[in-house]
Design a protein. Structure first.
Lengths: 367, 179
């Protein structure tokens, strides 16, 4: 027998051994969503504006919320303009002082230079975009990073606490591009987390990324179909059912939706809802017992206004809680529940010219 | 390991390109030595903008692309290397084009996600090894198993396809098919 053939057969045997090793080390993913416990309304209704930030120059946009025990942080990207080479991630940190949320400090949180130094393998970071909390890793962030080209050439970077190595997620065979983040992670019953992401190079689709115990991508599932769906906001309705609201990157002015009945393993073809949307992402928060809080720009005659609405029947109907108005567009909302049970709503104001943050309690929602 | 592997892969690609260009005017050995020197320089300058930009653009490099570059360099120096037939390259190119269309969402099925899971990866590697045995192409078997080894050891991408494919292969194969 030819020595090359023998070598190939030996390598096939080695491969079988490697496959057994990989299979034994692999932990199957759980596809059951974790549902939050309903929070009881306590005390008087409270609604406070804790931050109304405008940078001295340039833009501040796309606030994300990092939740800690008895504290929270608002992250946003700030620089002369979006996608420019002077954009860094800024943050405002809030701590509870005498019953009120106090802005402990505001300033740069993650700079391009810091990320440059942390990237493994070493590579340049030109600009930073949407950044959210990596809820599966204490102190971790998911940052949208462009090293070359615009957002279509962006990648998602796993940014650990200070001192660790930052790595791009492996989500695409096209040079690891084009993937971005916007919405918070979705929790699973086994304690793991899923990351809603999206692809936007020419065609677009939403992605649910799942991870192994080391935080490496273990699986992905797509949300594709009508329009140009991006920025999925996943809302679990039960252990297996969820809806994903998606922004249409086309200007068809409709909010998009996809559903799953199997914990996110498969998603229905993305369809347009009869809900106006000026190509703007929405934020949602599950309150439990079929109640969902949603922040969205759904008014055709006032597309720059942001409405906070509540559904008590799993998205079948909505009632307005409040409406935010301001100069320019109010966009990119995010909603998160704090450890205290309060709810934080952040959004950018005045066409990316600043960031607004409100904190309110369950009693205010139910008032 | 990611850092070292990427630096080495970039060095090989730089050496391959430099050897290819200088090979038109210099003797193969001289072009090879100058290519190796350029590759070593690229490894030493990982924090410089040009090198950092190349890594940012091209990583993960995987195993196949640098292995093919090393093979091509060895061939230019007169060593015997295992090649691929025009039919094999054509079939690969068609399959890889379908794979990229899937990645871009033009095809609804997501083929890339198969590269995260042990069972599909194991099946693909064994099938390729058996084909390599039939065609007596030990190079192909070595590359896919080496890629599987790095993938199992978690020395780089969490997707096996990133070790055995690279988007630069698409134009390289077109070039090889035409010329």
């Amino acid at each position: 027998m030819d020595i090359a053939v023998v070598l190939c057969l030996i390598l096939a045997g080695v491969s079988l051994c490697l496959s057994v090793l990989a299979w034994r080390r692999d932990t199957p993913l759980s596809w059951r969503f974790a549902l939050p416990e309903p929070v009881e309304a306590e005390g008087d209704p409270r609604f406070d504006t804790v931050l109304d930030y405008t940078p001295e120059a340039g833009q501040a946009h796309s606030p994300g919320i990092v939740v800690e025990q008895d504290a929270f942080e608002i992250l946003w990207f700030e620089g002369s303009a979006e996608a420019q080479s002077d954009v860094d991630i800024y943050a405002a940190r809030f701590e509870r002082t005498e019953g009120a949320w106090d802005n402990a400090r505001t300033g740069p949180r993650l700079t391009r230079a810091e990320l440059n130094a942390a990237m493994d393998p070493p590579q340049i970071v030109v600009t930073l975009g949407n950044t959210i909390e990596n809820e599966a890793k204490a102190g971790g962030l998911w940052a949208t990073v462009a090293s070359i080209g615009g957002w279509a050439m962006a990648s998602i970077v796993d940014v650990p606490e200070q001192g660790g190595a930052a790595r791009k997620l492996n989500l695409s065979p096209f040079l690891g591009r084009s993937n971005l983040v916007k919405s918070p992670m979705v929790a699973y019953a086994d304690g793991s987390m899923g990351l809603p992401a999206y692809f936007e190079m020419g065609s677009t689709y939403g992605v649910l990324a799942r991870f192994d115990a080391q935080g490496r991508v273990r699986d992905t599932r797509r949300m594709s179909g009508m329009g140009k769906p991006i920025q999925p906001m996943i809302v679990p309705l039960s252990e297996t059912r969820a809806v994903a609201f998606l922004r249409d990157f086309n200007l068809d002015m409709k909010l998009l939706l996809s559903r799953t009945e199997d914990g996110g393993q498969s998603w229905s073809r993305v369809e347009a809802l009869e809900v106006f949307n000026p190509s703007s992402p929405v934020a949602a928060l599950v309150l439990g017992e079929g109640r969902i809080l949603l922040a969205m720009n759904d008014l055709e005659d006032a597309p720059n206004d942001l409405r906070l609405v509540l559904s008590e029947d799993e998205t079948q109907s909505w009632r307005e809680l409040t409406r935010f108005r301001g100069e320019g567009a109010l966009r990119y909302p995010m909603l998160r529940r704090l450890s205290s049970g309060e709810i934080v709503l952040s959004y950018s104001k005045g066409n990316k010219q600043g960031v607004v943050v409100h904190v309110f309690n369950q009693a205010w929602v139910e008032a | 390991m990611t850092r070292l592997g990427s630096s080495f892969a970039l060095a090989v690609l730089v050496a391959w390109c430099v050897q290819g260009v200088l090979g038109a005017v210099l003797a193969p050995l001289a072009a090879g030595l100058l290519g190796a020197a350029a590759g070593a320089a690229a490894m030493a300058l990982t924090r410089r903008v040009l090198v950092g930009g190349a890594v940012a653009l091209l990583a993960p490099f995987g195993v196949m692309l640098p292995s093919l570059a090393l093979g091509a360099m060895a061939g230019r120096l007169g060593l015997d290397v295992v090649g691929f037939s025009q039919l094999e390259l054509g079939v690969f190119w068609v399959g890889y084009t379908v794979f990229l269309l899937s990645a871009f969402g033009i095809l609804r099925e997501d083929l890339y996600r198969l590269g995260y899971a042990p069972v599909p990866v194991g099946i693909m590697v064994v099938v390729i090894c058996l084909y390599a045995a039939l065609s007596a192409n030990w190079f192909l078997a070595a590359v896919v198993v080496l890629g599987q080894f790095f993938w199992v050891m978690k020395w780089g991408s969490s997707n096996w396809f990133d070790y055995v494919l690279h988007v630069l292969l698409w134009p390289v194969v077109v070039f090889a098919l035409i010329f």
